[in-house]
Write a protein that binds this ligand. Structure first.
Ligand SMILES: O=C(O)c1ccccc1N[C@@H]1O[C@H](COP(=O)(O)O)[C@@H](O)[C@H]1O
Length: 208
């Protein structure tokens, strides 16, 4: 099970997430998010994550930013992957891939009821709730995993307490969390990060 811990802004939280076993770490650059990072914070987080494990996937997460602008930002800051939230077209994904080949498309059943993995040429599809980064859960029973293959990522309101159940329900290739591993908006809780990764990997509900 591939695990991404998102919304990191400090070197301590980045190192911790990677040492605890995260496959990917995310930095959010979206001014309305409580996790919005500056370019300098992004550089520090990337260096810390890579010092813990050189081959960790580093992901720039943006919301409704022009795709070419986001791709240039991801390339210039040295991210491995660009995660696009918003209503993009296949042409936007292709344009972004000219600058950074690894692009993940994040969408929801609300924005894209006919969800199909790879439909826009993205490396990975991330299926989220309707409000990215809100921590809100959504109705997984509305999803038809048969359309999604095996490599898609599930997000939206996941936490150490519910991730095992969510995985059992829809069998994603990976999971992504932001709010659910925080003690307050934008404040990562290292113990919750450890518990989330363990629960996702073991498929067991963790004890509190
Ligand atoms: O985390 C954010 O603040 C954020 C802001 C804007 C776009 C995406 C964001 N995060 C991504 O949202 C989902 C789920 O987040 P949560 O666990 O429900 O808080 C996840 O893909 C994050 O990468």
């Amino acid at each position: 099970m591939y695990v991404k811990i998102c919304g990191l802004r400090t070197p301590e939280s980045a190192r911790h997430a990677v040492r605890a076993g995260a496959d990917a770490i995310g930095v959010v650059m979206s001014p309305r998010s409580p996790r919005h990072a500056t370019p300098e914070q992004a550089r520090v987080v990337l260096a810390a994550a890579r010092s813990a494990r050189a081959d960790v996937d580093t992901v720039l997460v943006v919301n409704r930013m022009a795709a070419a602008e986001a791709a240039a930002l991801a390339r210039d800051l040295g991210f491995d992957v660009l995660q696009l939230h918003g209503r993009y077209r296949a042409a936007d994904v292709r344009a972004a891939q000219e600058l950074i080949p690894r692009v993940w498309r994040a969408t929801s059943l609300t924005d894209d009821p006919a969800l199909t993995a790879g439909a826009y040429g993205e490396e990975r599809l991330l299926v989220d709730g309707a409000e990215p980064g809100s921590g809100s859960t959504w109705d997984l029973s509305q999803l038809d995993p048969a359309r999604l293959g095996t490599d898609w990522l599930l997000a939206g309101g996941l936490s150490p307490e519910n991730v095992a159940e969510a995985i059992a329900a829809v069998r994603p290739g990976g999971v992504d969390v932001s709010s659910g591993v925080e003690s307050a908006p934008g404040e990562k809780d290292l113990e919750r990060i450890t518990r989330f990764i363990a629960a996702a990997r073991q498929g067991l509900a963790p004890t509190t």
